[in-house]
Design a protein around this ligand. Structure first.
Ligand code: ASP
Length: 332
């Protein structure tokens, strides 16, 4: 057990999710996410308080399908506030897994502090046989206390694996090993609280945006491409007031000819368009099959549609210029 004076102080923010979920019977499939509060979750992990001095706070208690821009801004402000005091060495966030990658990526783009921010979730509810939440919280706290985690930006810790927000995606709906950072790879692993890094320190991307004074983000929508896709979808979103569009394109961010023409018209009307891909491991380069220079499109590179949307929302708080937005997609 670490000496109390040497222990790091970790503040844990609870937001809900399956990690806080309960079943009426552990033999049943059905459960309700976001049932238990953060103190209950922390007290359910054996030995956790030996790792660090922990304080808990319930920010919201929701299934992460109900996460939205307003809560992201609230969460980021609270994280900033906590990390700016010497009384907190790192923040751990418990979160649902459905939109975990978007929240993590959002935080990585707006939090400037070098202190660790670690997000954890679980695939099985707290009452399940073989619940994965306690181990993920234990390893997440161990990661947050690791001196080598500082300066690496926001991290995710699930099933003994350390992921970076830009690279991670939820790739499955069943096993506890649902998160994948292929092809970029894991940042490291954690086993029973022991952290092993695969990456050299200081590999974090610079934080890119300030959210000072903001209580909402520009509306950005995603359009999922498919054979025979109707371009009417684009017109409907433009009419509804969208400020930017992300295409979950087929293959390397492709879309049919009529959709390209409508998207090109949207760009001419001041609505930036980002080409991402619906494939499991996206990589969309500029000017491959689509002439991005000609249409004024932005290529999402390795960012999937969900995270492209987050980045475009933040980029739009600065500029609508495609060249400037493309730079953010390269750098952030
Ligand atoms: N729907 C849940 C959520 O995202 C799923 C989970 O946490 O695994 O909150």
């Amino acid at each position: 057990m670490a000496n109390q004076d040497l222990k790091r102080r970790i503040h844990v923010l609870g937001t809900g999710g399956t990690i806080a979920g309960a079943q009426s019977d552990s033999r049943h499939l059905g459960y309700t996410a976001a049932t238990y509060g953060i103190d209950w979750l922390l007290n359910a992990v054996p030995g956790l308080h030996d790792l660090a001095i922990l304080t808990g706070e319930q920010l919201v208690n929701i299934g992460s399908q109900d996460m939205d821009d307003r809560i992201w801004l609230q969460l980021a402000r609270r994280v900033d506030e906590l990390l700016s005091t010497p009384a907190v060495d790192a923040v751990l966030i418990t979160h649902g897994t459905d939109t975990l990658e978007e929240t993590a990526y959002f935080l990585s783009l707006v939090i400037a502090s070098p202190k660790p921010v670690v997000l954890v979730g679980s695939m099985r509810p707290a009452t399940a046989l073989g619940a994965d939440g306690p181990a993920n919280i234990y390893n997440g706290v161990a990661l947050a206390t690791d001196a080598r985690a500082a300066g690496r930006g926001t991290l995710l810790c699930l099933d003994g694996e350390i992921h970076r927000p830009r690279h991670v995606t939820k790739a499955g709906t069943m096993s506890s090993n649902a998160f994948c950072s292929s092809p970029a790879g894991l940042a490291g692993v954690v086993l029973a609280g022991r952290v092993e890094w695969f990456e050299v320190a200081g590999a974090a991307r610079a934080h890119c945006f300030s959210i000072a004074g903001r209580d909402e983000l520009p509306r950005v929508d995603i359009i999922y491409a498919y054979p025979g896709m109707s371009a009417d979808l684009i017109d409907s979103l433009v009419a509804a007031g969208t400020r930017g569009l992300v295409i979950a394109g087929v293959g390397a961010g492709n879309i049919n000819r009529s959709a390209i023409a409508r998207l090109s018209a949207a760009v001419a009307n001041g609505i930036p368009v980002v080409r991402s891909s619906r494939v499991a491991r996206p990589m969309v380069f500029r000017n491959a099959e689509v002439n991005d220079d000609h249409h004024g499109f932005v290529a999402a590179r390795d960012l999937n549609p969900g995270k492209s949307r987050v980045l475009l929302q933040l980029a739009l708080t600065v500029s609508t210029d495609a060249g400037r937005i493309q730079e953010y997609f390269e750098r952030c």
